[in-house]
Design a protein around this ligand. Structure first.
Ligand code: NCD
Length: 326
């Protein structure tokens, strides 16, 4: 059998129906299902590394990619994932300028719903937008990032990258560093990593760590040296300048001096610690190129690869649930 055929058999064995009608937040998952989904993700990695990447698990299904916020990486990742599963995919970059929140979002949803898509992948600048949409449409909704609320497929791909690098996520100490306040990636990762037994730390300046962060079940540090001590994983976040409405930091140069990850700061973590970043990176602001591009420590390229596999696992699993609901 070819590698692709072996992978296809593995995928068929590992398919599991999604536990909810929509994937809006990390809390829609549970630990045994996450493990099953990661096993499925591993099988998709094998398929994606073979020369024949096409399957027909979503044949006849329509996936609508609805991006109200700019995105290259996430929208193309979902598009490739859906295409490799044989779905008909329409990606609609609904420019932020053309759409205002509230009424217009619902109008858009109702209109699109009338075209009878099966899965709607949505990114929107307002927290709660994906949940709101899910109440107005008859198809499955996947949250591809809503404001500063959640980005659950990012947390899933991060988990897949970590499990492949470390074998097990339980017991790892993961430091999430930087602009926690504006980050949906941080919120989804805190929820999913904690669910799977990792210890999570949040590190950042007081202006960029939410006041209630100590109630997220994480240790909070306002000093990189203290926070990084003993960490297995350093997950850097992008400074979300587009979500900042005031002066929350002195300057990007000053920010890099205290919070930017370079070799010197990385040495404060455990020997062999891995570095992650969801992208897009501000090089020289939150992370030094020297660290980001060093494949012996950086998982950043793996994260992109795992993004497609993790999203294929989510879409295939949601399609299986749709099938059983017929
Ligand atoms: C993240 C996002 O959009 O929330 N990026 C991504 O999904 N590619 C992180 C970020 O924009 O900083």
């Amino acid at each position: 059998m070819t590698n692709a055929a072996v992978a296809a058999d593995l995928i068929a064995d590992r398919l599991v129906p999604f536990p909810k009608s929509h994937f809006l937040a990390a809390a829609d998952l549970n630990p045994p299902f996450v493990s099953a989904l990661l096993d499925l993700g591993d099988a998709f990695v094998e398929l994606n590394r073979s020369s024949t990447k096409a399957l027909d698990l979503l044949r006849g299904r329509t996936v609508l990619n609805l991006f109200f916020e700019n995105s290259t990486r996430t929208s193309s990742s979902f598009e490739i994932a859906a295409k490799r599963l044989g779905a008909d995919v329409v990606t609609m970059p609904v420019g932020a300028s053309s759409v205002k929140k509230g009424e217009t979002l619902i109008d858009t949803a109702v209109t699109l719903n009338a075209m009878r898509p099966d899965i709607l992948v949505v990114r929107h600048g307002a927290s709660g937008a994906a949940a709101l949409l899910s109440q107005k449409v008859g198809c499955a909704v996947v949250n591809a990032g809503d404001g500063r609320h959640e980005h659950p497929t990012q947390a899933l791909l991060d988990l897949l990258s970590l499990r492949r690098a470390f074998g097990d996520v339980g017991g790892l100490t993961v430091a999430i560093c930087g602009d926690i306040a504006h980050s949906r990636v941080a919120r989804s990762n805190v929820a999913l990593l904690s669910m799977m037994g990792a210890r999570v730390r949040l590190i950042g300046p007081p202006t960029l760590v939410p006041g209630d962060a100590d109630r997220w079940g994480c240790e909070v540090f306002h000093d990189m040296r203290e926070g990084l001590a003993g960490c297995d994983v350093v997950m850097m976040l992008r400074l979300q300048l587009e979500r900042m409405d005031g002066a929350l930091m002195p300057s990007t140069r000053e920010y890099f001096r205290f919070w930017g990850l370079d070799r010197e700061k990385l040495a404060w973590a455990r020997a062999g610690a891995k570095v992650m970043h969801p992208g897009p990176m501000n090089r020289g602001v939150e992370i030094d190129s020297d660290v980001a591009d060093d494949l012996s420590v950086s998982l950043i390229q793996d994260q992109v690869e795992m993004g497609v596999a993790a999203r294929m696992a989510v879409l295939a699993s949601l399609a299986m649930r749709l099938e059983s609901a017929r």
